[in-house]
Design a protein around this ligand. Structure first.
Ligand code: KIV
Length: 273
């Protein structure tokens, strides 16, 4: 809380401060204005406009076909709703891999057009020079290592990473490289809990886990997953706090019945003159 009693704006610096103090960092995804408002009103520290929107909003099988224009469009809606939380735009596949110049122009769009305050991009040691350059130019970067969904075809699916020695070594070296490049934080996705703990102790940047055990500096989940927006799909690391698809389904069913039985609309719901 600030001297005025209002919660202080979260910045990238808040991440390292929270890490130092041992305060857990809470991150959730949002893709639209009103969901972002709910996240804001309930105290999340950062809102990630994830390229997961390609799957959970647009029904695609992977994140690979998410486009820059779509990401900028949704990030703008989230930025408009956000006051305290840090807004992070997720760089889609091929928006930063081809060259440092491409990365600068696309990362810049998130800050300049969409009002984001940081970007996230996937990859390890191989992408660290690009990240370093973005940070030098004033664009804060959150890394993303472990199971990186944009590499799902190479990884052979959403599999837990860091189980064999060479994979573990690559992830550790990647975490070091992202830390040295100046990332304020990095997502650690789907890796063994002991590996995530080792990395979290080793690096200055805050580690934000998803399926990476309890010892990260914070946790991120996809909001649509925790509110139960769809039937049975629930990865092991997701905790479901609501069953929104059930709530929507019941409302739709009731409306359908009410229209068919003539129960809707009543006189009160009509304009009689
Ligand atoms: O796209 C996304 O929502 C993400 C989180 C799952 C970390 O990358």
């Amino acid at each position: 809380m600030s001297a005025t009693g209002k919660s202080k704006k979260i910045t990238t610096l808040s991440f390292s401060r929270k890490k130092r103090k041992g305060e857990k960092i809470v991150v959730l995804t949002a893709y639209d204005y009103y969901t972002a408002r709910i996240l804001e009103d309930n105290g999340v520290d950062a809102i990630l406009v994830g390229d997961s929107l390609n799957m959970v909003l647009y029904g695609k099988k992977s994140t690979l076909s998410a486009e820059m224009d779509k990401m900028v469009f949704h990030t703008t809606a989230v930025s408009d709703a956000s006051r305290r939380a840090l807004v992070i735009g997720d760089m889609p596949f091929l928006s930063y891999q081809p060259s440092v110049e491409t990365a600068i122009l696309n990362a810049g769009r998130f800050l300049k057009e969409a009002g984001a305050e940081a970007v996230k991009l996937e990859g390890g040691i191989e992408i660290a020079p690009t990240i370093k350059r973005l940070i030098e130019l004033g664009i804060p970067v959150m890394g993303h290592i472990g199971m990186t969904p944009q590499s799902i075809n190479r990884l052979g699916g959403a599999r837990v990473q860091g189980r064999d020695e060479s994979d573990k070594q690559y992830i550790i070296e990647s975490a070091q490289a992202l830390d040295e490049a100046g990332c304020f934080a990095s997502v650690l996705e789907l890796m063994t809990a002991p590996l995530a703990m080792e990395i979290s102790k080793m690096v200055k940047m805050a580690t934000i886990g998803i399926g990476a055990g309890p010892d990260c500096d914070g946790q991120v989940l996809v909001t649509n997953d925790i509110i139960g927006m769809y039937g049975e799909f629930k990865p092991r690391f997701v905790r479901r706090y609501a069953n929104v698809s059930d709530v929507i389904g019941k409302a739709v069913k009731q409306f359908t019945d009410d229209v068919r039985t003539g129960d809707y609309p009543t006189n009160e719901e009509s304009f009689l003159e």
